[in-house]
Design a binder for this molecule. Structure first.
Ligand SMILES: C[S@@+](CC[C@H](N)C(=O)[O-])C[C@H]1O[C@@H](n2cnc3c(N)ncnc32)[C@H](O)[C@@H]1O
Length: 452
């Protein structure tokens, strides 16, 4: 799939999507320093452009005919670190929506802070995207479950033309790792008796201690440590110390163990504890903040998912930290990119929640018959290559046009059609209920809201 990235910064999204298998056509950002770093490290796709200038950008992007537009419009206006007044920066979310709605690629992906989800600007942008025909999935993601050692929570909005809302939510949730990634997972166990398991990606370590479970053993997994392998001395110091400091947000903990993820990376991630913090530390700190390791900019960059080989260029350290803090960690973009490619290729289908069974049961179906309806709906979805349609008539006619469907017995065809009708009714009722939560009088059915 061919992608254009808007508000590309130094290129976290582009790097991640390219690793997932996307072809990056072009990237746009107004900050020349970020564009220079993008072009140096990701590839020569980025140009300096003010995306408020829709008359220039829309015709150009229309000419590129991308399959997807991705981007993280500036977030300061929604961010808990900003003053939360929706002003010029928030308008850039509207610019994103207007470009997508006019160019109408099959897919779009937008990242922002969690606070964006409830903003009036996003409500306006969402309405523009809905009118352009997109089904929209809004997922709140913790990056530590998607390949970086950082508890960074962000909103990802993914849209595809013609789908029902929430069409991708179950696949995104299914990709999350069971355990959060920790700093030790990234920087490695530096131990005198190390064992070398070559890492499967740059985000993973190669050195493991003898007193911990080994990574998944693959073909040619265990090899002698090559003489060329040098654990970085900064990483060795970090692992030996075992603790790091990060300026706390809202009176939280300042000290983290390396067996936890780091908190959200910000421009101040390298700062030492202030005298004020040292005199009144958080009672939950496992060691004194003064004894913790100091992260280097390079380490902060890796915690944010940039590869070891990435070269930052800027005259001011603050600019480098700003580009790092702004970024979508590339492993997160890779994980979501794969979810998109899998659905595009029909390899996944949305889960149908257990709430559907209860709803069918309440409508008088026996347990066995409800299970049959759910199984038929799942079969129809898989036949449709995982697609959902915001219009039931279109959904049924797409099903009827499939040769596999045409080869089925009449009774089976009728079961599949009926199952899709019931599923659509159930999901529409769930949506109405979510839109008017305060007016609802009936008792909610367990699992109902999750399903729609
Ligand atoms: C949150 S950052 C995006 C980071 C990027 N997604 C990444 O993964 O590295 C927002 C970017 O929007 C850019 N920006 C702000 N105003 C802009 C405008 N009017 N036109 C284009 N880019 C703009 C900023 O320079 C910044 O790099």
């Amino acid at each position: 799939m061919r992608v254009v990235e808007l508000f590309s910064g130094a290129g976290g999204i582009s790097l991640g999507l390219r690793r997932a298998g996307f072809d990056i056509l072009k990237a746009y950002d107004a900050w020349p320093v970020a564009v220079e770093n993008y072009n140096r490290n990701v590839g020569n796709h980025a140009v300096v452009a003010d995306l408020k200038d829709l008359l220039s950008t829309i015709p150009e992007i229309l000419g590129l005919a991308p399959d997807m537009i991705a981007g993280g419009p500036p977030c300061q206006d929604y961010s808990s670190a900003g003053n939360r007044t929706e002003a010029d920066n928030a308008r850039l979310t509207l610019a994103f929506a207007l470009i997508v709605a006019t160019v109408r690629p099959r897919w779009f992906m937008m990242e922002n802070v969690i606070g964006c989800a409830k903003s009036s600007t996003w409500a306006e942008a969402r309405a523009i995207l809905k009118r352009a025909g997109y089904g929209i999935t809004e997922s709140r993601i913790n990056a530590s479950r998607y390949g970086v050692p950082q508890s960074r929570r962000r909103l990802f909005v993914i849209g595809r033309i013609g789908e029902r809302d929430d069409f991708l939510a179950s696949s995104i949730a299914a990709t999350a790792s069971a355990q959060p990634m920790t700093l030790r997972d990234l920087f490695g166990a530096i131990t005198p008796a190390a064992i070398y398991f070559p890492a499967t990606s740059e985000a993973r370590r190669s050195i493991w201690g003898p007193d911990e479970p080994a990574p998944t053993i693959r073909e040619r997994s265990i090899r002698p440590i090559p003489t060329s392998y040098q654990p970085h001395p900064d990483d060795a110091a970090l692992i030996r110390n075992g603790y790091v400091y990060s300026r706390p947000v809202r009176a939280g903990r300042g000290v983290r163990s390396i067996d936890e993820p780091f908190p959200t990376v910000t421009r101040t991630a390298w700062e030492r504890p202030t005298p004020r913090y040292l005199s009144a530390p958080h009672p939950g700190d496992p060691v004194a903040a003064v004894d913790t390791a100091v992260l280097t900019v390079h380490q902060i960059s890796r915690i944010q998912g940039f590869p070891v080989s990435w070269e930052w260029r800027a005259s001011a350290k603050q600019d480098i930290l700003q580009m790092i803090a702004n970024a979508v960690p590339a492993p997160v973009a890779t994980a979501l990119g794969r979810v998109i490619l899998d659905r595009e290729a029909g390899r996944t289908a949305p889960d149908i929640s257990g709430g559907f069974l209860q709803w069918l049961h309440k409508r008088g179906k026996s347990k066995a018959s409800a299970r049959n309806v759910k199984a038929s709906a799942g079969r129809a979805r898989r036949l449709l290559g995982g697609r959902t349609f915001n219009n039931l008539a279109l959904e049924i006619s797409a099903l009827e046009s499939l040769p596999e469907f045409q080869a089925m017995r009449k009774a089976t065809q009728s079961d599949l059609r009926q199952a899709l009708r019931l599923l659509a009714e159930y999901q529409a009722k769930g949506k109405q209920r979510r839109q008017k939560p305060r007016q609802a009088t009936a008792q909610p059915i367990e699992g109902f809201a999750e399903a729609a």
